[in-house]
Design a protein. Structure first.
Length: 174
C-alpha cells in the first residue's frame, strides 16, 4: 500500500513538474525576449497614426526576433506597422486609403493574451508559440485570437473565441 502511494506521489510530482515546465506561468516566458508589451506596441502605432481603431494585431518571431504587426484604420486610411518587440522601434510603415469598416478589437492586453495562451497550452500540453493573431472575422462574425504553436514535431494552429475563451478551430501539420 505504501509503495503504491509512493509511486502515485512520484507520478503526480513528475506530472505536475512537467505541466509547470510545459505551460509557462507568465507572458514573459511565453513570448521569450519580447520587451515591448502588446499594450505598448498599440500605443506606439496609434501615436504614429495619429489615432484610429486597431483592427488587427499579430505577434511573431521573425528570424528569431519578436515582432508585432498592427493595422489601424482612421478616417478612411489604413495604417500598417511592424514594430520590433525588443526595442519598440517602428521597422516598417504603410499608409493607404481604404473602404474597410473600422471595427476595433476589444480590450487587447498582455494579460488576456496570456490567458488565451494558457487555453491553447492546456489543449496541446505545451509547446512553443511562434505566432499570435488577434483579429475580427470577416462580416462581423466575431473576434478571435489564433496561436501557432510548435509541439512534439507538429505545427498546431489553435483559434480561440475572444468572447468565450473557447477553442473554435484547431489543426495540425507536420
Amino acid at each position: 500500500m505504501k509503495k503504491t502511494r509512493k509511486i502515485a506521489f512520484v507520478f503526480l510530482a513528475v506530472f505536475a513538474l512537467g505541466t509547470y515546465l510545459a505551460v509557462p506561468a507568465s507572458a514573459q516566458s511565453v513570448f521569450g525576449e519580447t520587451q515591448v508589451s502588446f499594450e505598448r506596441a498599440i500605443e506606439i502605432a496609434t501615436a504614429r497614426a495619429g489615432g484610429g481603431v486597431v483592427t488587427q494585431l499579430d505577434w511573431q518571431l521573425r528570424y528569431g526576433r519578436p515582432s508585432y504587426e498592427i493595422k489601424i484604420i482612421d478616417n478612411g486610411r489604413k495604417h500598417e506597422f511592424r514594430i520590433d518587440g525588443i526595442t519598440g522601434e517602428i521597422t516598417s510603415f504603410k499608409n493607404k486609403s481604404t473602404r474597410d469598416r473600422a471595427e476595433g478589437l476589444t480590450q487587447v492586453s498582455s494579460a488576456r493574451v496570456q490567458a488565451f495562451a494558457q487555453t491553447a497550452f492546456n489543449r496541446l500540453g505545451g509547446g512553443t508559440i511562434n505566432e499570435v493573431e488577434w483579429e475580427r472575422e470577416s462580416r462581423g462574425r466575431g473576434e478571435y485570437i489564433e496561436f501557432t504553436i510548435h509541439h512534439d514535431g507538429w505545427k498546431n494552429k489553435v483559434r480561440i473565441d475572444v468572447a468565450t475563451n473557447s477553442i473554435i478551430r484547431e489543426n495540425r501539420k507536420r
